[in-house]
Ligand binder design. Structure first.
Ligand code: SF4
Ligand code: SF4
Length: 463
């Protein structure tokens, strides 16, 4: 054994990032993705400009601690709705992943959607894949500076518009636009506008597929939701192999259908070769399906060498889209959506709380009457000033006395009114140690008949 043979070999664990230049491709799936981008980004950029009932349709007003969503105002007390929405989002992800794999990644994830637009802008400024590669390799000519500058200008403008729109969900967007116009933007609005613009620019312009490959947690755990019946994008190895191209192909008797043109690799935004099998880097964008279908069409072979399929279908087993897992997810999801809808429709704009006085169970008012004292807290979760009446039920002849003999309670929008109340009862009726009664708060200055009620203990005269 020579000295050279025993010399330690140095291996670098660091692999430098190689820029990916995805080739443009057209096809039925790319058309669907394009529509998804237009629809989702259209909603994002247009929604804050829509007015509903005289105010911004969607406004998350953090300083006032209220969210306006198409005429509904949610307060911190309505946290349950936010929690329900997050649970619904989580179950939707489980359901759609079990059913159709990484549908979310390919069509709806903000990272995918914004990256798509940044790639369009890049293509617009620098040209197609070959031109972009040539431009990057070439020297800094006037043409290269012009194209690079145009791309940066488009990217930065789009990122700033995105940051502005994002802040417009939290600050009335028309006022925000005026503040920018008059250079009177507040420090926090300025910070979040620039921060979100920078995040959009960095994620969609530079990091792109690296966010999916190295940062996204969903890419790591989504395999736990996959089974052999989940829809995946896969290369049909049995049909495609042995792959070969050109002269070699003509010399062989039964070549596989794959002509080894590498179009499927060139269009892939994450730079992988789908022919190597299912990989976590695949974001299911279906660009390789469209590219390969075009190649098959031109070569006079049937489409579908790369297609949506399932692991079972690939080995000739029947596929069951409806299976216990998807059915259970679907039932849970529908139950949650229905509960959310019902809770939202029946949501009261009154929040109330009744607390019994801790100092005495009851007080004797006169020979026939006792009273229990409570603290009543009423919050007006509506948009207008509200007036309320309070009454109690559960025992015959209960009489409610508000604070200093007021007849009603008035509360401004968002105001929490705290008021002592006395509930009087006849000794002979309230004759057990503990009764349960119900205190009801009724809104009286509108026709919506809004009310809220709470059951409380009533201590009786049992001597
Ligand atoms: S696009 Fe189709 S034919 Fe071309 S290399 Fe990919 S799988 Fe083979
Ligand atoms: S392998 Fe195909 S579906 Fe997966 S990311 Fe690449 S192009 Fe998209």
């Amino acid at each position: 054994m020579s000295v050279e043979d025993t010399k330690p070999v140095e291996l670098s664990l660091y692999k430098a990032h190689e820029k990916i230049y995805p080739r443009e491709v057209k096809g039925r799936f790319q058309l669907k993705r394009k529509l998804a981008v237009w629809l989702l980004l259209g909603l994002f950029y247009v929604l804050p400009w829509i007015t509903w009932g005289g105010e911004q349709a969607i406004l998350f007003d953090l300083p006032q601690r209220r969210f306006h969503i198409f005429g509904i105002t949610l307060w911190p007390q309505d946290f349950i709705f936010l929690a329900l929405m997050l649970i619904i989002a989580a179950f939707s992800l489980f359901f759609f992943t079990a059913l159709a794999g990484r549908l979310w990644c390919g069509y709806a994830c903000p990272q995918t959607v914004w990256t798509e637009v940044f790639i369009w802008l890049e293509q617009w400024a620098e040209g197609n894949r070959n031109k972009r590669m040539k431009l990057d390799k070439g020297p800094w000519t006037r043409e290269k500076i012009r194209r690079k500058f145009s791309k940066q200008f488009l990217w930065i403008t789009f990122a700033l518009w995105t940051g502005f729109t994002f802040v417009g969900f939290f600050t009335p967007i028309k006022e925000l636009a005026m503040e920018i116009w008059q250079w009177t933007l507040g420090p926090w609005e300025m910070f979040w506008l620039l921060f979100y613009s920078f995040a959009t620019y960095g994620n969609a312009g530079f990091l792109r597929e690296q966010v999916c490959l190295y940062m996204c947690p969903y890419a790591r755990f989504q395999s736990a939701m996959f089974d052999k019946e989940t829809l995946i994008i896969s290369y049909d190895e049995q049909r495609g192999e042995p792959r070969m191209r050109g002269k070699k192909r003509r010399e062989v008797e039964n070549p596989g259908d794959c002509i080894d043109c590498t179009m499927c690799v060139q269009v892939c935004p994450t730079g992988i070769d789908i022919r190597d099998g299912l990989q976590y880097e695949c974001i299911a964008c279906a660009a390789c399906i469209d590219a390969c279908d075009q190649v098959m069409e031109k070569s006079g072979m049937p489409k579908g060498l790369i297609k949506y399929t399932t692991e079972n279908a690939l080995v000739g087993k029947p596929t069951q889209i409806l299976r216990p897992r998807t059915i259970i997810y679907f039932i849970i999801l529908m139950t949650l959506v229905a509960s959310f809808g019902v809770a939202l429709v029946n949501r009261s704009a009154i929040d109330m709380n009744v607390i019994h006085d801790r100092n005495s169970f009851y007080r004797i008012v006169d020979a026939n009457t006792i009273e229990n004292v409570y603290t009543l807290k009423v919050m007006n979760k509506g948009k207008d000033t509200a007036k309320y009446k309070v009454h109690a039920s559960g025992l015959d002849g209960l009489a409610v006395v508000l604070g200093l003999n007021e007849t009603e309670i008035e509360a401004q929008p968002g105001q929490l009114v705290t008021i002592p109340i006395k509930i009087k009862a006849d000794k002979s009726i309230a004759n057990k140690k503990i009764h349960t009664i119900e205190v009801t708060v009724n809104k009286i200055n509108s026709e919506d008949n809004d009310s809220a009620a709470e059951k409380v203990k009533y201590f009786g005269y049992d001597k």
